[in-house]
Design a protein around this ligand. Structure first.
Ligand SMILES: Cc1cc2nc3c(=O)[nH]c(=O)nc-3n(C[C@H](O)[C@H](O)[C@H](O)COP(=O)(O)O)c2cc1C
Length: 181
């Protein structure tokens, strides 16, 4: 076991090639920049670019995370779908604050999104269920959720370790501010 630490240290990390990125040229809200980064990941053949970690907490504050698939992003927020009766579904029902974390390895890019998840209306959830392959339509309580973000951080690796972090914060009046960390 003592070898493991040495072995792990030898495993390369942040091996991706970050694209050109100028924080001064970014929009005032994070949604468009996220879609730009996501489509860049898709266009560059990043494996499973829509896979994301959803973090939730239960009523005692105990966290849990799992991977799921991003379904859409629009001005309302980031959409994902799951069974309302699952652990995450139960946790979101009692504690709707949640986070999504993306990591696109070949691009050296991470995005962290925090906000409030709300279930979509039943018609939208049903439409998402019907868009799944027939074998995956057996979920009785399939729900589409929208994460209405109030904090989004864009992180890009730098070969010299001056990693770039651009964070957007939404204030209670709905206005977004952004800044480099
Ligand atoms: C690549 C990948 C994609 C997944 N996509 C979804 C998804 O879109 N929705 C979902 O409910 N679970 C998805 N899962 C399964 C979840 O990770 C998780 O195991 C399951 O939803 C139960 O989580 P829970 O017990 O915390 O609620 C996916 C797993 C992987 C590895």
């Amino acid at each position: 076991m003592s070898n493991l630490r040495t072995r792990l240290r030898a495993v390369p990390t942040l091996t991706g090639k970050p694209p050109a990125f100028d924080p001064a040229q970014t929009p005032g809200e994070p949604h468009g920049l996220f879609v730009d980064w996501l489509t860049t990941a898709i266009d560059n053949g990043v494996p499973e670019p829509c896979a994301t970690t959803l973090s939730t907490v239960d009523e005692t504050g105990r966290p849990s995370g799992r991977i799921l698939i991003l379904k859409n992003v629009d001005e309302r927020g980031w959409q994902f779908a799951s069974s309302a009766g699952s652990r995450k579904g139960r946790e979101l029902a009692t504690h709707p604050l949640a986070a999504l974390t993306f990591y696109w390895v070949p691009l050296g890019r991470q995005v962290r999104i925090t906000g409030t998840a709300t279930p979509a209306d039943p018609a939208e959830s049903l439409a998402d269920l019907m868009a799944r392959p027939p074998s995956a339509r057996t979920q009785a309580d399939w729900t589409l959720y929208t994460l209405d973000a109030d904090e989004v951080e864009f992180w890009q690796a730098d070969p010299d370790r001056n990693h770039l972090r651009l964070r957007y914060d939404r204030s209670s009046d709905g206005a977004w501010t952004k800044g480099l960390l």
